[in-house]
Design a protein around this ligand. Structure first.
Ligand SMILES: Cc1cc2nc3c(=O)[nH]c(=O)nc-3n(C[C@H](O)[C@H](O)[C@H](O)COP(=O)(O)OP(=O)(O)OC[C@H]3O[C@@H](n4cnc5c(N)ncnc54)[C@H](O)[C@@H]3O)c2cc1C
Length: 264
């Protein structure tokens, strides 16, 4: 039986987030939180593997208490077990501190054959977590997986198609293996009413810095985070475009040439 872990993050819907011009920080208050979209693709890949080979899919997140909602969404979409790592001591964590806490918690809850991550989060978007987690799990890493072709549990080998600069690459890796997933072939399923209802009351395992054994406090939260973000800048919008409507294609082209000539 495969033991599969999916790392998920609850993110603010960035389409609705604004930046406070005075402080340069994100205004998150009142912005709805959603499951990071690429994590939903990773979960779908994990659930399809479970359905094909049998196993257990656990989802884990480090975040505030409200992140439990993202876990419930995953339970509705096929996850079997949900783990929330939440503690004020984890706040202001960068990727190094986050991957440390997730790896220590995973060590406590069981060994995993396959670990899935989204390629990047919608908000932080560093794309660093997968490689850091693979290192901490001492796992192989297959990034940009388009399709998992086979999982050989006995020989501990996973075979997958990866998106490659100019095409597709078939690659095999030794398990444990961490994969990030392309969304093309793993569209998140829409939960049926029964599984959605069950997810509302399903248990969520909660751990804090006190209940994860052996956590080094110097490696968690703010003290464990060498990355500091002093300020965030909004995108500056350039001048708007101009429509050319001179009445015919030839006149449009002539006008365009005039405008370009003015710029030279
Ligand atoms: C109390 C608390 C407050 C936090 N506040 C913030 C905050 O204000 N802003 C913020 O951006 N982050 C916050 N975090 C989360 C944490 O700091 C980031 O998740 C971490 O730095 C990852 O950075 P990223 O989003 O760039 O990762 P990326 O490398 O872009 O993410 C890639 C993938 O890694 C996995 N992943 C990323 N983050 C997590 C996570 N937390 N749990 C499980 N899997 C994950 C997902 O699969 C994701 O798709 C907070 C955490 C806690 C406990």
């Amino acid at each position: 039986m495969l033991n599969i872990l999916v790392c998920v993050k609850q993110v603010p819907d960035v389409n609705l987030v604004k930046i406070d011009p005075a402080t340069g920080s994100l205004i998150r208050a009142g912005v709805p939180a959603i499951l990071n979209p690429l994590d939903a693709n990773a979960l779908e890949a994990a659930v399809q593997i479970k359905e094909r080979y049998s196993g257990t899919v656990s989802v884990i997140t480090m975040g505030p208490d409200q992140a439990a909602e993202a876990l419930r969404e995953c339970l509705a979409a096929g996850a079997d077990r949900a783990i929330l790592l939440s503690d004020r001591a984890f706040a202001n964590a960068d990727t190094l501190a986050t991957s440390y806490v997730i790896a220590k918690a995973a060590e406590m809850i069981g060994g995993f054959d396959l670990i899935f991550c989204g390629k990047e989060s919608l908000d932080g978007a560093t794309g660093q977590m997968a490689s850091q987690l693979a290192e901490r799990f001492d796992a192989s890493l297959l990034s940009s997986v388009k399709r998992v072709l086979s999982v050989n549990e006995r020989e501990k080998v996973v075979m997958a198609e990866r998106e490659y600069t100019n095409g597709t690459q078939t690659a095999s890796a030794i398990m444990p293996c961490l994969m990030t997933v392309e969304k093309t072939n793993y569209h998140p399923r829409i939960p049926n009413l029964k599984s959605w209802k069950a997810s509302r009351t399903a248990p969520i395992e909660r751990y804090t810095s006190e209940t994860i054994p052996g956590l080094d406090r110097a490696q968690i939260g703010d003290p464990g985070s060498p990355t500091k973000v002093p300020r965030t800048y909004p995108l500056e919008k350039g001048p708007g475009g101009k429509m050319i409507r001179e009445g015919s294609a030839a006149k449009d082209a002539a006008k365009l040439l005039d405008l370009v000539a003015d710029l030279i």
